[in-house]
Design a protein around this ligand. Sequence first.
Ligand code: SF4
Length: 178
Amino acid sequence: MKVLVSACLLGMACRYDGHTKENSEVIQLQKKHTLIPFCPEIYGGLPTPREPSEIREGRVYSKSGADVTAQFEKGAKEALRLCRTLGCECALLQDKSPSCGCGLIHNGHFDGGLVEGDGLTTRQLKANGVRVLPASKIAEIENLPSCPCTAKCHRHGDCEACRKHHAGRHNPPSCERM
Ligand code: SF4
C-alpha cells in the first residue's frame, strides 16, 4: 500500500534542529510498501532549522511565543492533499511532534512533559479517513487491511469497491472525486 511517512524518519534533515530521525525499520518498509516522504512543517512554510513548537490550548506556539498555528494548519492540509492525490491509505508519522504526533504529544510548556493528543497533521488525516500510526507502533502496519480500490484504480476512495470496503468505518474517507 502507499504510506505517507514523516520525511525525517526516512533520513531527511527537516527536523526543527536541522537533524533527522532516520529510522532503519521504517526505511525497510519500502520492501513491502510504497513510501511517500512528507514534512508538514516544511510545506507549511517554515524554515529549517526553526524554533521548536508545541501545542497549547488549541494553538501552536514556538518556544519564543510566536503563534505558528497557520503554518501548521497549512502543512496539515497539504498532507491530506497529497494522500488524496496519490492514494495513501495510511500514514506512519514521527512520535510526539506537534505536526506528526499520534496519541502522545509534548504538553506545550517546553519542559519535556507529554500529554495525550495528536499533532495537527495527524488530526487532519484521521478526520478524513486516513489511518495514522506512530513510528513507535510500526509493527501494526502489517495488520491494516489493504483497500481494494488501490488494486483496482490506484485512486483511494474513488471506486465502488473502496466505498464498500470503508462502509461502516468510524472515519470513512471523504473523497472529493466521488
Ligand atoms: Fe519530521 Fe513531521 Fe517534524 Fe517534519 S514535521 S520534521 S516530518 S516530525
